[in-house]
Design a protein. Structure first.
Length: 202
């Protein structure tokens, strides 16, 4: 990584403006178990802050991707920068291990970190059980955002509010492979109890 920006500045900025995405790719072309993962760390800012995103990309060794979102009201567009994949994700891990986030987003990072390390080492490909374990980490990352919502809304509404979908990745996996449902339920139920939900139907 370069040294044009201070590492603590990058982490502080990321605390406020960045996001982590971990999305299992469950099904392949023929509806077989795929065992893939989409991994991303990204930042979205107003387009007039694009020069700063280029400096951040220089800091990480020019491994990121830039996109732009048009403002539907004709106002300021949004510039987006992200680092995608497990191999490149190791550079993100290297940085945040050295310059830890200080805010709540650090919790998301810990899940992202564990998954990047697992996928980069191909741990998730060793067995179905290993894959389920890593998918469970992705779901735990989502469920962790639901703490404190139990008394305010249903489980599915809380999950949808947190991450855009009312189902866990493990639920989708169990629907695609019903023969695995019992095994997957044994993973899901303790996760729900950890955050105060008893079942998926609450």
């Amino acid at each position: 990584m370069g040294n044009k920006l201070n590492g603590w500045f990058v982490s502080g900025f990321a605390d406020g403006e960045s996001y982590f995405v971990v999305r299992p790719v469950i099904l392949g072309r023929n509806n077989e178990l795929h065992r893939g993962f989409n991994l991303r760390w990204g930042i979205s800012v107003r387009e007039d802050d694009l020069p700063l995103l280029h400096k951040i990309d220089d800091y990480f060794g020019n491994i990121g991707t830039f996109t732009q979102r048009k403002d539907t009201h004709g106002l300021m567009n949004t510039s987006c920068y992200y680092i995608e994949g497990a191999k490149k994700g190791l550079e993100v891990v290297k940085h945040f291990d050295q310059f830890p986030m200080q805010g709540k987003k650090a919790e998301d990072y810990q899940y992202y970190r564990e998954i990047v390390l697992a996928v980069s080492s191909k741990y998730h490909l060793i067995s179905k059980e290993n894959y389920y374990e890593v998918v469970a980490l992705a779901d735990r990352m989502r469920l962790n955002r639901l703490k404190g919502l139990k008394d305010k809304m249903s489980y599915s509404d809380a999950l949808r509010r947190s991450s855009g979908s009312g189902k866990l990745y493990l639920e989708i996996l169990a629907e695609a492979f019903p023969e695995e449902k019992h095994r997957i339920d044994d993973i899901v139920q303790p996760m729900l109890k950890d955050i105060g939900f008893v079942s998926l139907s609450e």
